[in-house]
Design a binder for this molecule. Structure first.
Ligand code: AMP
Length: 146
């Protein structure tokens, strides 16, 4: 739980899936489906502008019965992006996504985007660490009782 996110990014890779704010929400939905992901960072001229997730599409478009091909990402994305530095621990990141109720955390250092950690990455990491701890403790107990 005290592992910094930089370690998770090292294992996961630094690939960043993004879209421009001038693309349509339809393009965005197609890209998310092709990549099997739930969110895209919105980047214009190498600048991080926000995030658009499947929840934005459902909440902001389906509700008003708008045509996704006629709405721009700029008008559907979340602009007040919460980012974290790579030194943020898994525990701190878990707290943030739980409290804020979102599933994606861009990792940024000195203005440079390093990658994105999702709630799935965090859950996978916690499960793996717990399995390793249980295995180590089981080995220790069995070794002691032999
Ligand atoms: P998600 O659970 O990540 O699919 O996103 C739920 C809502 O939170 C959507 O409106 C997203 O645009 C927004 N959102 C997702 N990640 C972030 C983030 N890191 N900072 C701010 N808003 C976000």
């Amino acid at each position: 739980m005290q592992t910094p996110l930089v370690r998770l990014l090292h294992d996961k890779g630094h690939t960043i899936y993004s879209i421009s704010s001038s693309a349509t929400v339809y393009d965005c939905a197609v890209k998310m489906t092709e990549l099997s992901i739930g969110a895209l960072l919105v980047i214009d001229n190498n600048k991080l502008k926000g995030i658009i997730s499947e929840r934005d599409v459902v909440r902001k478009l389906i509700g008003c019965a708008c045509d996704p091909a006629a709405v721009l990402v700029a008008d559907c994305m979340t602009k007040n992006l919460v980012t974290v530095p790579p030194s943020t621990t898994v525990q701190e990141a878990m707290r943030i996504v739980t409290k804020r109720r979102f599933r994606h955390l861009p990792v940024v250092e000195n203005g440079k985007l390093l990658g994105v950690i999702s709630i799935g990455d965090l859950t996978r990491w916690v499960m793996l660490s717990q399995e390793q701890e249980i295995s180590a403790l089981t080995g220790y107990i069995q070794g002691e009782t032999r």
